[in-house]
Structures are given as C-alpha cells and as structure tokens.
Design a protein around this ligand. Structure first.
Ligand SMILES: *Cc1c(COP(=O)(O)O)cnc(C)c1O
Length: 487
C-alpha cells in the first residue's frame, strides 16, 4: 500500500506503539532538528570522544530509544558537518532529502541486492538506473554498469575487467590460471591519478607493471609523454587516465589518449570519480569531450549526485569482459534467467545494500535537467569563488577552474606561500565552520583545496565562504597563530 493510500485510509496507522515505529519517529524528530541547525566542525578531542564510548559491553538489554540517545549525545561532538552548504572540504557532497528518505526505505525493505532471486525489484531497478546513467553520460549503448561502495571499488572493478580483456586477447585466461606465468601487461598510469587507482592495480597483481606518465601543470596526462611510452610498448596494454583531478579538477585529453591507446591495442580505464558528472551538465559538458571513447569508467554518486554514503558506479563498454572478471557462481545461488540482471555479476560484492533504489529515486526526482542544474551550478559557484579570492592581494588561484575545484595559495607576510601560514588559515576555517577546507601540496606549493559539490549551496553561501577565507588569511597575516593557540 502506498504512503498516500495509507494516510487516507488510516491516518493513525503506525501509532500503535510498535517498537520500530517509535524509533523511526524519534529519529525523524531528531533529524528535522539536526538538519535545521548550524553545527561547528568536530568539537570534541579524540580522548573525550573515545572516553564517551569506552565502556564495556554490558550483559543485559538497554532500551532502544535510550541507546539512540546515547549515540547522539556522545557522537554529535565528533561529526564532520560535510553536508553543510558552506562546507568546501575534500570532494564531499551532501544528501538530497529524497535520497535520505529512500535510504531509510531501503533499510526497511532490507533487500539483499546480490541476485535477481534475492530481490527482483532491486534487480530491475538497477537495470533502469544503468540505462538512465549510460544515456545521461553519453556512453556507448551496450555499456554495462555495476553499483559499488565508491570509486575505489569502481576502479578495482573496471581494472579487473581491463586485466581480463588484455590478457584474454593475449591468449591467457587470468580468471582460471591467475597471474603466475601470464603474459606481462604494461600499465601506463598518469602521475596525476588518484591513490585508489594505484591500490587497485596493486590488488590486481599489476603494481610491478606500472609505468608513470608525466603530467602538465594542471595535472593532465602529457600526450607526448604517453606517445613516448607507447613507442616502446608491445603486448597487453592498459592506460589509466583521469577525468577530474582530485586537486585541480583538470581533465586528461581523452580523445587523443583513447585514439593512441586503441591504436596500440590497449584498454583505457578512466577514473572519473566526480568529473564524470560534468557529462551530465549543460554548460560544462564540453570539458569532458571524448570521455565516451574509453573502455571502462569509475565514478561516485555519493560525491556530486549528493546521495548519502556509500554509492559508487563502474561502467564498462565491454559487458562480457566486465562479467568475466567479476562474475561468481555457486550451486546454491540461483542465477537469473532470461536476461535478468544479477547485480553481483558486476562488482566484487555478493550480498550488499540495494543501492539502486536511492539512485533511482534521486534521478527520478531531479530528472536530467535537475542533475544538469546541480552540476552547472556547482561549477559556476566555483568560478565565482575563485574570482572573488583572486582579487585579494597575496591570494592566488593556482588552477584553471574548469569544473568545481579551486586551488589557492596565500602569501605569508613578507614572503611567499608557507605551510605554517596555510595551516593557520586552515585551522581558522575549520574552527569557524564556514568555508571548511583542507590543505594539500600541489607541485611543491602549500595550497588550500576548495570543492563545490553540495546541492544546497547558494550564491550567498559562496559569498560567505569567500569572506571567511579572506578573513582567515587577513587574521593570519595580522596575528600569525603560534603553536598551541589554535583553540
Ligand atoms: C574520491 C575519489 C576517488 C575515491 O573514491 P571513493 O568514493 O572515496 O572510493 C577516486 N578518484 C578520485 C579522482 C576521487 O576524487
């Protein structure tokens, strides 16, 4: 029975004191209040947090509402408010209300998202979501899709498919025979690639085959460097590129990389954790031209689509290679018949959350226009933020702001950017909450990383963030923070 029907027939259904209903109502009441309130970043020291949770596990039961209360009271001081519209740290989205509500429903339904047999609804919804996303990103029509816990697992999945395909072409069955004695692939990886790409290659036994390809000042793969590496390559080949550098947001030259790699018989895997979503935008689509020529893609939904943790996606233009690498069978597991989808064929998991439900609901709610607006808006905000900061003496934008990422340096008094000056600015921003951001080192320069990817962020929020960052720079310039003064 639908929620609307339920409310019409019996407004009081659920008021009968069921334990679950009471708990959900309690959390719902709390949620509204929590989400409507501004919170500073984590306020508790680790020792205080740990002490609050240090007790032994008791023997008897404790009332469920009391347990929730204990978690809230003790846990809140250690929360990072990454869902706030003025949070610019790492690359973290918030969560659309529809996505949170659907997560809740997903838990109520508690479907095992492994097989068609374990949840026909999860299976067919996943098929639909796959079709929508392949079309929205402009990928080849036959592209297969897996829903993972995040881009790290998507990189692992895509590269497993790549490993299968290039060794299969060399006459080697890696799923049956493993890697010992296999033809040795060459794996060309942009120096700018994310750490999870390197970990995936390590887990797949290919760490020793990595050849780093140099990048330009924005972190994009250098084509001459790639061509030079390809000149000395024969045999199985995998090329790893990137759409959306985690610092600069820069995008590798995809059409040229794909053409060169394919000429050499290689497979192109792309880490597009957030950059993929530019393909769903209207004003930034051109930044990721040629994305569709790759062979596999890894991306996240918990970043820029703004669904709750965790949700990632892997795409593969060669569904047979995708399934060959990841599919697993057992006599007791009923395989789907008649072309139905077993979600476990496309990721390393078996049992897992039916993540497709949240994706379906969020995409259904937003529509393609809503997604495009979210992406375009974030990028426009990033450009505004960069242009406001760049007018301040001693403040410099280091990257070309092509997507949603902004990298900034700040001159310390009488000198250039220093780590101590940056750390003091970061401490002020993290303490204040508005414009919360974190530092990195970009090509030897201490820089502040700013990322705009929250659905709620408004022009006013961006203005407040810019003011907070400028104020933190000025305050640090006037009164440098000395060790131990941060709080
Ligand atoms: C965030 C990110 C990842 C890792 O994604 P997870 O969702 O944390 O697993 C990989 N690559 C890039 C470029 C990222 O930004």
């Amino acid at each position: 029975m639908s929620i609307t029907e339920l409310a019409r027939l019996s407004p009081s259904v659920g008021d009968d004191g069921h334990a679950l209903d009471e708990l959900l109502r309690a959390v719902s009441r709390y949620s509204t209040n929590y989400l409507a309130t501004d919170h500073p970043g984590p306020t508790a020291e680790r020792s205080a947090l740990a002490a609050a949770f240090a007790g032994p596990l008791q023997g008897g039961s404790i009332d469920a509402v009391a347990v929730l209360d204990e978690l809230i009271v003790n846990g809140e001081p250690g929360l990072l408010h990454s869902g706030a519209p003025t949070f610019l740290g790492f690359v973290m989205g918030g969560a659309h209300p529809i996505s949170v509500a659907t997560e809740w429903l997903t838990s109520i339904w508690d479907q095992c998202g492994a097989l068609y047999a374990t949840s026909p609804t999860a299976s067919v919804v996943e098929d639909t979501v796959a079709r929508w996303l392949v079309s929205m990103f402009g990928l080849p029509q036959q592209t297969s899709v897996g829903i993972t816990s995040g881009c790290a697992m998507s990189n692992l999945s895509g590269l497993a498919a790549a490993r299968h395909a290039v060794l299969d072409a060399a006459g080697w069955d890696v799923e049956r025979d493993g890697l010992f004695g296999a033809p040795v692939p060459r794996v060309l990886v942009s120096r700018g690639c994310h750490t999870t790409v390197f970990r995936a290659l390590r887990l797949l036994g290919m760490a020793g085959q990595i050849h780093l390809v140099d990048t330009d000042d924005q972190g994009r793969m250098s084509l001459p460097a790639l061509q030079e590496s390809l000149r000395t390559t024969d045999g199985p080949l995998i090329v790893c590129g990137q759409v959306g550098n985690v610092d600069t947001g820069s995008v590798d030259p995809m059409p040229e990389i794909c053409a060169a790699a394919h000429d050499a018989g290689g497979w192109v895997h792309v880490d597009a954790a957030f950059g993929m979503w530019a393909a769903a935008g209207h004003t930034v689509r051109h930044q990721v031209t040629g994305l569709e020529f790759a062979d596999s893609w890894a991306t996240d939904a918990h970043k820029w689509l703004n669904v709750p943790y965790d949700c990632g996606l892997v795409f593969c233009a060669h569904p047979e290679a995708h399934r060959a690498a990841l599919r697993t069978t057992a006599d007791y597991l009923t395989a789907a018949a008649d072309g139905a989808r077993d979600p476990a064929d496309y990721t390393p998991d078996l049992s897992r959350r039916a993540r497709a439900l949240v994706l379906w609901a969020t995409l259904r709610h937003l529509g393609t226009d809503g997604v495009a607006d979210l992406i375009d808006r974030s990028c426009a905000h990033a450009a505004t933020l960069a242009s406001r900061l760049s007018t301040v003496p001693g403040v410099r934008i280091v990257n070309d702001v092509v997507l949603n990422q902004v990298l900034v340096t700040f001159d310390a008094p009488g000198t250039g950017p220093t780590r101590a000056h940056l750390d003091a600015i970061v401490a002020r921003l993290q303490h204040g909450g508005t414009g919360w951001a974190s530092p990195t080192t970009w090509r030897g320069l201490p820089t502040l990383r700013l990322s705009v990817c929250n659905w709620q962020t408004t022009a006013g929020d961006i203005d407040a963030c810019a003011s907070a960052i400028i104020a933190a720079h000025r305050a640090t310039t006037d009164h440098p923070i000395h060790r131990g003064e941060q709080s």
